[in-house]
Design a protein around this ligand. Structure first.
Ligand code: NAI
Length: 318
């Protein structure tokens, strides 16, 4: 086991653990002492075909190094079946790593409803279904560690990946909400946006980049976040090639316009550089904090209801 940090006595479920990142996560958690449910539907990277081989191979790897593991071959869309496997095989569920995923890249003009629905169903709805089934057990035992998987594409968007970006962004929002619901029950929920050389990215990356981006550089963070020592919840980490960094929202100071003067597009245009100045940014961490600045403007009354002529707003310049 890793020095001091152990998952002894814990049961972990890793989805999509038959290949790529999921396989590396499952091996890491097993090495740290967890009993692992290795879930994998055994599909291609676009979600075609099914096979039990992927999950079986990783279970065999874990057993060969003296660990405990069991396979599950259901789609994450049936999250209750994955959790049932953990309960039946190991009598509990403490750690969930939502990792399974596929791609259906198309420019938005060419994207079909089927491309949209499949990617949504596996990424966002699959993550939801697995967590929905695990959540009552975590609440009851007042312990849970959840690591969800988004992507830089879910944070920043990307050409040709509107379906994937939207589903992955939804996973961040789901994580942040569950972090707030789970906090007092010792259920910690974090999200990773990995960069890894896997079959999913091998088609677009040169071989030396695939090597520099080994999944094994990412799984130790998952192991840390899955442990009792996890110091974080509601956090989002970009991670790859041994580098990692949390990401957060930032907001400008903003501009509060007087509520007793007519607010016009021209008045906004005149203050646009102040509205968008990130110089003294703030970092709201929840919706209540976010609302504070809005609320502070409730009483923002100018002494005279019309602006002095010297500061008359400039006309919009396009
Ligand atoms: P991969 O294609 O190597 O592995 C994904 C695994 O998920 C496969 O074994 C597949 O059979 C399984 N899977 C797919 N649909 C499933 C379903 N419905 N139920 C159960 N298992 C299913 O992909 P990779 O690269 O390891 O990706 C893992 C996760 O990381 C995905 O969520 C992906 O979107 C995310 N990610 C990966 C990045 C990378 O650079 N590789 C970048 C950003 C995010």
């Amino acid at each position: 086991a890793a020095a001091g940090i152990t998952l002894q006595g814990k049961v972990a479920l890793v989805t999509g653990a038959g290949a790529g990142l999921g396989r590396a996560h499952a091996l890491t958690l097993a090495k740290m002492g967890a009993k692992v449910v290795v879930n994998d539907l055994g599909v291609s990277h676009t979600g075609q075909g099914t096979s039990s081989r992927a999950a079986d191979a990783v279970v065999a790897e874990i057993k060969a190094m003296g660990g405990e593991a069991v396979a599950n071959y259901d789609s994450v869309e049936h999250g209750d079946k994955l959790v049932a496997t953990a309960l039946q095989a190991f009598g509990g569920i403490h750690i969930v790593v939502n990792n399974a995923g596929i791609l259906r890249d198309k420019s938005f003009a060419r994207m079909s409803d089927a491309d949209w629905d499949l990617v949504y169903n596996i990424h966002l709805r699959g993550t939801y279904k697995v967590l929905k089934a695990a959540w009552p057990h975590m609440l009851k035992q007042q312990y849970g560690r959840i690591i969800n998987t988004t992507s830089a594409v879910g944070i920043y968007g990307n050409f040709g990946q509107a379906n994937y970006a939207a589903a992955k962004a939804g996973i961040i929002a789901l994580s942040n909400s569950l972090a707030q619901e789970g906090g007092r029950k010792n259920i910690l929920v974090n999200t990773i946006a990995p960069n890894a050389g896997t079959r999913m990215t091998a088609t677009i990356m040169p071989p030396d980049m695939v090597e520099a981006l080994k999944p094994e550089y990412i799984s130790p963070l998952v192991g840390f976040l899955a442990s009792e020592k996890c110091p974080a919840t509601g956090q989002l980490f970009e991670v790859g090639s041994g580098w990692m960094a949390p990401v957060r929202w930032q907001r400008t100071q903003g501009v509060g316009f007087p509520i007793n003067r007519a607010l016009t597009p021209e008045a906004i245009a005149a203050r646009w550089s102040d509205v968008t100045n990130f110089g003294r940014a703030t970092f709201p961490t929840n919706a209540q904090e976010s609302f504070g600045a809005v609320q502070a403007n409730f009483d923002n009354k100018a002494s005279s209801p019309s602006p002095p002529s010297s500061s008359d707003p400039e006309p919009v310049r396009l």
